[in-house]
Write a protein that binds this ligand. Structure first.
Ligand code: PMP
Length: 289
């Protein structure tokens, strides 16, 4: 595997960053996860726009232009010769002296990894995923806005540990007001009758590229209405269906929450339709915005 590191394609084993990089020392940086389907990069422009917005939010000036990063991403995909892949694009604050001050780091490190990813076992797509509700709330928007895809993932990681300890792969996270936000690495949707609902970004969540694709393209193509609505814990248990969306997860049904079956306790019919529409769209046309 070849990794793009600050302008050079280097072998995976030689792709290293200095131990003084503030990305490592403080989790100071931003990233994106992007898919390649059938040789085409899915929603690259949306991911690059979100990367730029995340960088701006943490006062990080990118070393390369978005156009240059786009070219570098394409070059790295070609160099690795994978038709179906996962891209991890990372911009760290770069190396600097010890101490939090980000402005002491002269140059951010830009890293592009192209590899494969398997997030959840295949049978979970057929049978639905059991999830729990994490006891730990999502970091409030006013502390570190979850809409910023930063290298600070400990809030999510500790909620993920709760999920793993409960024998699950995902945990639903609530905000400090008890409203549903998202999962540790996926957005959440409920099905109510013939409609799907998802929490608004203001609840404190990452505005997922897959979330927007489902809301604006996949659901309308299936003739399904979508609404953003504040959701509470009760809404989860009374939903007809629940599904999650994410770049790595794609669209996956949830069969239970905290051991309580949702709907019939399997992947519901609307989720099933969305999954097939999603899969056929990415395979067929791989929209690039
Ligand atoms: N929420 C969180 C916390 C995430 O890390 C991710 C990405 N893995 C998502 C939602 C889904 O976003 P996207 O569809 O852009 O991958």
């Amino acid at each position: 595997m070849k990794v793009w590191l600050d302008g050079h394609l280097v072998d995976k084993q030689h792709a290293t960053v200095p131990v003084y990089d503030h990305g490592l020392l403080y989790g100071d940086g931003v990233f994106e996860g992007i898919r390649v389907y059938n040789g085409r990069i899915f929603k690259l422009k949306s991911h690059l726009e979100r990367l730029a917005a995340s960088a701006h939010a943490i006062h990080l000036t990118l070393h390369y232009t978005i156009r240059e990063i786009e070219q570098a991403v394409r070059e790295t995909v070609v160099a690795n010769g994978l038709k179906d892949a996962y891209i991890r694009l990372v911009v760290t604050r770069g190396a600097g002296p010890l101490g939090l001050n980000p402005f002491t780091c002269p140059k951010p490190a830009t890293i592009i990894i192209v590899d494969r990813i398997t997030l959840y076992p295949e049978e979970m797509y057929a049978e639905g995923m059991p999830v729990i509700v994490a006891k730990r709330p999502r970091v409030p928007v006013e502390c570190l806005d979850p809409a910023v895809k930063s290298l600070n993932y400990l809030n999510n990681i500790l909620a993920k540990v709760e999920a793993i300890e409960a024998g699950c792969h995902e945990a639903v996270m609530l905000n400090t007001d008890g409203e549903v936000c998202e999962c540790t690495g996926d957005n959440i949707f409920l099905v109510r009758g013939s409609r799907i609902v998802t929490p608004p970004v203001s609840a404190g969540l990452l505005n997922g590229v897959t979330r927007l694709f489902v809301m604006n393209e996949v659901a309308p193509a299936c003739g399904i209405d979508v609404a953003e609505r504040t959701l509470r814990l009760d809404d989860l248990f009374t939903a007809d269906e629940i599904f999650l969306t994410g770049t790595a997860a794609e669209v996956i049904g949830v069969r239970s929450v905290n051991g309580t079956a949702i709907g019939e306790g399997r992947v519901g019919p609307i989720t099933g339709r969305l999954v097939s529409e999603f899969r056929s769209r990415v395979a067929r046309e791989a929209p690039e915005d």
